[in-house]
Design a protein around this ligand. Structure first.
Ligand SMILES: Cc1cc2nc3c(=O)[nH]c(=O)nc-3n(C[C@H](O)[C@H](O)[C@H](O)COP(=O)(O)OP(=O)(O)OC[C@H]3O[C@@H](n4cnc5c(N)ncnc54)[C@H](O)[C@@H]3O)c2cc1C
Ligand code: SF4
Ligand code: SF4
Ligand code: SF4
Length: 393
């Protein structure tokens, strides 16, 4: 049995990727999360799929990992910093590790911004496809197998993803490490339902009268670094919304629509299963008050010797300084524990399935009252900074 309860399957795709007879297909359930379906015809009962499942051995695997060293980081290139989710740690790692032609795996939006899948780029100039957090589960497709084949042919390979996806890749590699492989995971709050995301895109189209042509969940242009959303609309002005007023971000952060396994995630802890872990440096005002958190700061965890050896090269592209891991975890709960489910999750998802999304927004995902939104905009760090600059003139 691959899993008994939904909370035991993170949808990592390791079982489907390892099956020598390709008889496991990843199919979407009624909330549009991927789950494996094994077809009995063609199954050789070899048991590989069950042994590969990282959820079954996560606690044991994590126990064998070394203690991380924590750093605050921001990329020295202002353009890269602006176009990264946090402080640009991912780009700095890729620049430090990769040679010309190295393979870099990460999550990319489809051209129409309706789906997210893992893709591979071989040119650092094409890294923008991977940059920015996409808040739905990325479809792994064939990428574990591609990475395994590239490593066997001696190619340097960087693989980034959620911790469960890195665990899935390691399962396919049967735990064999290689100097040519570097893994980077995220501090992970969980992945929201693709169904909710699809309804959100339809809702935006009906509210604002233009189809969605781009989505950026970590836009820094108007409100500084945070979970602030910019949506491009065909033939219309782009829509900028603070995370606290965006229905999809409200549903995501309040635990109304996360994958069931995310509430029981064994990877929401330290130590970590990847070489590097990257995330937002929440609590930066307290941890590194001398650094500018408005443009974005990353937390970088160097978890292995391989990662620690790469730090001087990362330093060529970014400013890094050592910080206290305990302080980081104090401000970033997903380094200590999984996100709790919202008590209304079951009803919310049932309503998303049957009610018009406009009514769901009204019932569960209302933005703050206009006066609060205005106050938040006026008091946003970016606005305060602009005001200070004017006063200094
Ligand atoms: C679903 C999700 C939940 C997160 N939860 C937290 C959290 O609770 N706390 C926290 O500190 N940080 C969290 N993050 C990480 C944070 O938002 C940034 O992605 C991270 O700090 C990297 O920023 P950067 O500036 O280094 O990278 P960028 O240059 O912006 O690169 C983004 C990186 O994230 C990867 N990525 C983007 N979307 C996905 C996806 N859907 N699935 C797998 N990989 C993806 C890309 O492959 C790339 O490696 C989360 C990210 C995601 C995608
Ligand atoms: S037991 Fe072997 S052949 Fe059957 S589904 Fe699992 S991996 Fe595939
Ligand atoms: S290997 Fe991954 S997708 Fe397959 S059952 Fe285990 S957690 Fe689910
Ligand atoms: S919270 Fe855990 S199970 Fe959910 S996507 Fe993140 S790593 Fe995977």
């Amino acid at each position: 049995m691959l899993y008994c309860d939904e909370s035991e399957c993170c949808g990592c795709c390791a079982c489907a990727s390892i099956c020598p007879n390709d008889v496991i297909l990843m199919k979407r359930d009624s909330e549009a999360f991927f789950y494996p379906e094994k077809s009995p015809a063609g199954c050789a009962d070899c048991g590989l799929c069950e042994t590969a499942c990282p959820m079954k051995r996560a606690v044991e695997d994590i126990r064998k990992c070394a203690a991380p060293e924590a750093f605050a980081l921001y990329h020295k290139d202002k353009q890269i910093l602006r176009s990264s989710s946090s402080g640009g740690a991912f780009t700095a790692i890729a620049q430090a590790f990769c040679d010309a032609g190295s393979a870099i795996f990460g999550a990319s939006f489809s051209e129409d911004y309706h789906n997210v899948a893992h893709t591979c780029v071989t040119d650092l100039n094409n890294l923008s496809a991977h940059r920015k957090s996409k808040y739905i589960q990325s479809d792994i497709g064939d990428s574990y197998r591609q990475a395994r084949d590239l490593l066997s042919s001696g190619k340097k390979t960087l693989f980034s993803g959620t911790p469960c996806q890195i665990a899935g890749l390691k399962s396919l590699l049967m735990g064999k490490d290689s100097p040519n492989l570097l893994t980077v995971d995220l501090i992970c709050h969980g992945v929201p339902s693709q169904l909710v995301y699809a309804k959100y895109l339809e809702y935006l189209k009906s509210m604002y009268g233009g189809s969605v042509v781009s989505v950026d969940f970590k836009n820094k242009e108007k409100f500084g670094c945070g979970t602030n959303v910019k949506v491009g609309l065909a033939k219309k002005k782009a829509l900028h919304t603070m995370g606290a007023d965006d229905p999809f971000i409200i549903a995501f952060l309040s635990g109304l629509c996360l994958r069931p396994s995310c509430h029981a995630c064994p990877f929401a802890t330290t130590p970590r299963i990847s070489d590097f872990t990257i995330g937002d440096l929440w609590g930066a005002e307290e941890i590194v008050p001398h650094l500018d958190s408005d443009t974005g700061l990353s937390v970088l965890l160097a978890n292995t010797e391989k990662a620690k050896k790469l730090l001087p090269d990362i330093q060529r592209f970014s400013h890094i300084e050592a910080i206290d891991l305990l302080k980081v975890a104090e401000h970033n709960s997903n380094l200590r524990e999984p996100s709790p489910p919202n008590p209304k999750r079951g009803q919310f998802m049932a309503d998303v399935n049957k009610e018009p999304f406009r009514d769901v927004v009204r019932a569960y995902l209302k933005p703050r009252p206009a006066i609060h939104r205005l106050a938040a905009r006026v008091l946003s760090k970016k606005a305060k900074k602009r005001l200070k600059a004017i006063l200094r003139r």
